[in-house]
Ligand binder design. Structure first.
Ligand SMILES: [Zn+2]
Length: 320
C-alpha cells in the first residue's frame, strides 16, 4: 500500500474510491461465502451452535457486524438484486439488514410470505436512505403489533436497560400475573417482577432446579443394599444410575438432572479437528452418543447434552 501522505489530492481521492469499490466487492464475496458456509452447515462441524456464533467467535466480528452480514446474506438469497444495489452504492449493510429484519418480522407476524414484487418495492423505497429514514419508511409498512424495536443496552457492568413494546394481550397477562403474585410483592418494579417470573420459569424448565421424586421406601431399601455392595464416590451419579433402564429410551427426571449437572447445562459437541467444544446453552436436548436405534443404551455414560442444532447435525451424520 502506498503511503497516503505521498499522494497528491487527486490521486488520494481517486485511490480512496478504488479502495471503497474493492471493499464493496469483498463485502459481497463475504456474503456469498457465508451463504455457502451456512448451506454446508460448516459452523456446526466446527463446534458453533449458529452462524452468528461462528461469525462473532471464529471470525471476530462484533455482534452488530455479524448480525448485519447474516441479515444481508439472507436478503441476498431472497433478492439477488441486492448485489447491484450494494455495487451501485444505493444500499449499505445497515439499511439492507433493517429491511431483512423487517421482512422476517412481518412474515412471522402475518404467518405468510411477502411476494417478491413487494419486497423489491421496499428495496427501492429504502434506496439511498439513512438508517433513521429507512426505519421510518419500514415502519409505514409494518403491521400493527409489529412496530416494536426491541432494545437491550448495557448501562454498567451489572445493569442492562431493556426496552420493548407490549401488546394489550401481553399487558393483560402481566397484570394477571402481578395480581397472582401480589402476596409475594404487592407493588413490584418491572425488574423485580421479571425476576420473580424468571425464578418461577427456571424452577419449572431447568432440569437442574427441578425437584425429583424420592424413590419409594421399598426401592430405597434395595438401593441402600446396592450401595453397600457397589460403593461409588459420587452419590448423585449413583442415584442417576439406579434410575436408568439401559434398554428403554425413557430418561427419568433424576437422570436428566444428573446429566444437566454433569454437563453444566452446556452443549457437549466437540469438533474432532479443532477440539473446540460448542458449550451453547440454547435449546438443549439429551442425546444418546451411540444412537438408541443402533444399539446404544440409555446409560449415563451414553447420554450427553447437545444444543438442538448439534443434535440434528449428529443425527444427520449418523442416519443421513
Ligand atoms: Zn452445540
Amino acid at each position: 500500500m502506498l503511503n497516503p501522505k505521498s499522494l497528491n489530492d487527486s490521486d488520494l481521492l481517486s485511490q480512496t474510491h478504488d479502495l471503497v469499490t474493492k471493499e464493496k466487492q469483498i463485502t459481497l464475496d463475504i456474503l456469498h461465502y457465508l451463504r455457502e458456509i451456512r448451506l454446508r452447515k460448516l459452523y456446526l462441524a466446527r463446534g458453533y451452535s449458529s452462524l452468528f456464533d461462528f461469525c462473532t467467535k471464529e471470525l471476530g466480528y462484533s455482534e452488530g457486524a455479524a448480525h448485519r452480514r447474516i441479515s444481508c446474506m439472507y436478503l441476498l438469497v431472497q433478492l439477488p438484486e441486492v448485489e447491484e444495489k450494494i455495487k451501485e452504492n444505493k444500499g449499505n449493510l445497515s439499511t439492507l439488514s433493517q429491511l431483512s429484519s423487517h421482512i422476517r418480522r412481518e412474515e412471522k407476524h402475518n404467518n405468510s410470505k411477502i411476494p417478491k414484487e413487494e419486497k423489491l418495492q421496499l428495496l427501492a423505497q429504502i434506496e439511498n436512505k439513512s438508517q433513521e429514514l429507512c426505519q421510518r419508511e419500514l415502519l409505514k409498512h409494518s403491521s400493527q403489533g409489529n412496530m416494536s424495536m426491541d432494545r437491550q443496552r448495557p448501562i454498567t457492568e451489572d445493569l442492562t436497560e431493556i426496552k420493548f413494546v407490549a401488546t394489550k394481550e401481553l399487558m393483560n397477562k402481566l397484570n394477571q400475573l402481578k395480581a397472582l403474585l401480589a402476596h409475594k410483592n404487592p407493588n413490584p418494579q418491572w425488574g423485580e417482577f421479571l425476576e420473580i417470573l424468571a425464578d418461577i420459569g427456571l424452577k419449572k424448565l431447568d432440569p437442574r432446579l427441578r425437584e425429583t421424586k424420592q424413590p419409594p421406601k421399598s426401592k430405597a431399601a434395595n438401593v441402600a443394599k446396592a450401595a453397600v455392595n457397589q460403593p461409588t464416590p459420587d452419590s448423585t451419579a449413583a442415584a442417576a444410575k439406579r434410575r436408568v433402564n439401559p434398554n428403554s429410551k425413557y430418561i427419568s427426571q433424576e437422570v436428566k438432572k444428573y446429566i444437566w449437572n454433569r454437563d453444566q447445562g452446556r452443549c457437549q459437541f466437540i469438533d474432532s479437528e479443532t477440539k473446540k467444544k460448542c458449550e451453547s446453552q440454547f435449546a438443549l436436548e439429551i442425546d444418546h452418543i451411540q444412537p438408541f436405534s443402533l444399539g446404544g443404551q440409555t446409560t449415563v455414560k451414553n447420554l450427553r447434552l447437545l444444543c438442538r442444532a448439534h443434535n440434528s447435525f449428529v443425527a444427520k451424520e449418523a442416519f443421513g
